[in-house]
Write a protein that binds this ligand. Structure first.
Ligand SMILES: Cc1cc2nc3c(=O)[nH]c(=O)nc-3n(C[C@H](O)[C@H](O)[C@H](O)COP(=O)(O)OP(=O)(O)OC[C@H]3O[C@@H](n4cnc5c(N)ncnc54)[C@H](O)[C@@H]3O)c2cc1C
Length: 385
């Protein structure tokens, strides 16, 4: 059996944040990496571009800090409940980042190319076949296959790891000119059954705004322009963007989740969105892309053979995502229920310490369990959280 101390031939499908980060990390560990990316140039993907505090830490652990220059910090979130109650929060002793994805992915790609990693751009992989103890893609043999091909993952489908999901959501996205005082905080506006809006101050006068809601809600609108126009009448958005908001093209995404039964099979692993993604609500997709790369690379480093490494990767990945996924499911329930959302809003608005802990859980500064303990059992003052 191939040991992970040998240098493996690694085949990666997908050159987004997860795939490129993984290619760089595994190449630094001495493995021979080949990566395929279907797009020949890097586009600005539909994404809130908010990197959570944990995401910042994971990216630093991968050595990406040198690629952060020019990206501004985010110190917290303003939450607006359906009854328009505004809750200002700060991340406890940490910060997130407004990360221009296109720019960042270009920097990652340049780093990978400067390391002579073999990257085949503009080629879409349509078929993956097992061969001996490994895999073969377009005539290239690999000991380890990594699916970093996002929410429509061919690798997850081929390996029969993808699960059907009943969740049908749509996301609309715009860049919009900011007209009010500038704050380095994100915004989350809860609209009850009409979904939610996430905002990230991507530059001094421009915000990145996404609306996410059920397909059923989306279908009640004649078109996406009407929906966005109506959303922009929300009092909080009027305050931020005035009564004549200036925004660019509306882009949309129809698959916002990815459900999997597992993250590994024989000599293959999924990372990033391909390994599972519930909803953009808590803005942690990029965090999971970096985190899964770290977990996989640690597992390969610390176990003697590939089978044990992959088992360890899946165990650790499930550990970090299971609690958060449960919490995300609870949040989904809360935000759809106006009365409960308003109650939670009142509960947080009443006490700034609570609100900061809450946003600490969302930003993965605290695990859900530690956050809840701090909120209800601990008396540490807000300044020492
Ligand atoms: C509306 C919305 C808002 C979001 N906001 C945030 C946010 O604010 N913060 C956050 O952290 N996350 C956010 N996310 C999630 C975030 O965008 C993803 O989690 C992140 O892009 C995952 O990175 P990835 O590398 O796993 O996948 P991707 O970025 O999707 O990369 C996958 C790559 O694989 C390539 N590919 C796919 N199939 C093939 C193939 N067959 N052959 C070759 N190449 C292939 C694709 O071209 C792509 O480049 C949001 C998502 C949505 C939908």
């Amino acid at each position: 059996m191939k040991t992970t101390k040998n240098h493996l031939n690694v085949l990666i499908i997908g050159g987004g944040l997860a795939g490129l980060s993984c290619a760089i990390k595994l190449s630094q560990m001495g493995h021979r990496v080949k990566l395929w990316e279907k797009d020949s140039t890097i586009k600005r993907k539909v994404c809130g571009e908010y990197l959570s505090p944990l995401g910042v830490e994971c990216a630093k652990a991968l050595g990406h800090e040198e690629l952060f220059s020019g990206f501004e910090p985010i110190y917290g979130m303003n939450l607006t409940a359906p009854n328009n109650c505004l809750i200002e929060t700060d991340f406890p002793k940490s910060y997130g980042l407004s990360l221009n994805r296109q720019e960042f992915e270009n920097r990652l790609m340049a780093k990978a190319l400067s390391m002579n990693i073999e990257i085949i751009r503009g080629e879409i992989i349509k078929e993956i076949n097992p061969e001996g103890n490994g895999w073969i893609i377009n005539g290239h043999h690999g000991d380890l296959l990594i699916g970093a091909d996002g929410r429509q993952s061919l690798v997850a489908k081929t390996l029969k790891l993808q699960k059907k999901s009943s969740q049908k959501k749509v996301a609309l996205h715009i860049y919009i000119k900011r007209q009010s005082d500038f704050q380095r905080r994100g915004e989350m506006i809860i609209l009850g059954r009409a979904g939610y809006i996430g905002i990230n101050p991507i530059s001094e006068n421009e915000d990145n705004l996404s609306w996410v809601g059920d397909q059923e809600v989306f279908k009640t609108w004649k078109n996406k322009d009407d929906l966005i126009k109506e959303m922009l009448k929300h009092p909080r958005l009027k305050k931020l963007y005035g009564s004549n908001p200036q925004y660019g093209e509306i882009t949309s995404v129809a698959k916002v989740s990815q459900h999997v039964s597992g993250m590994v099979t024989h000599n293959a692993a999924l990372i990033g969105d391909a390994a599972g993604f519930i909803d953009p609500l808590t803005g942690e997709g990029m965090t999971r892309a970096f985190e899964s790369t770290l977990l996989l690379s640690h597992a390969l480093e610390n176990h003697q053979n590939l089978a044990l490494s992959l088992k360890a990767y899946q165990r650790e990945k499930k550990k970090v995502t299971n609690d958060k996924n449960r919490l995300n499911t609870i949040f989904q329930f809360i935000i759809k229920n106006t009365a409960i959302s308003n109650f939670v809003g009142f509960f947080l608005a009443e006490n700034r310490r609570r609100a900061d802990i809450f946003i600490g859980i969302i930003g993965n500064v605290y695990t859900p369990l530690i956050g809840l303990k701090k909120m209800f059992l601990d008396t540490t003052p807000r300044s020492s959280l």
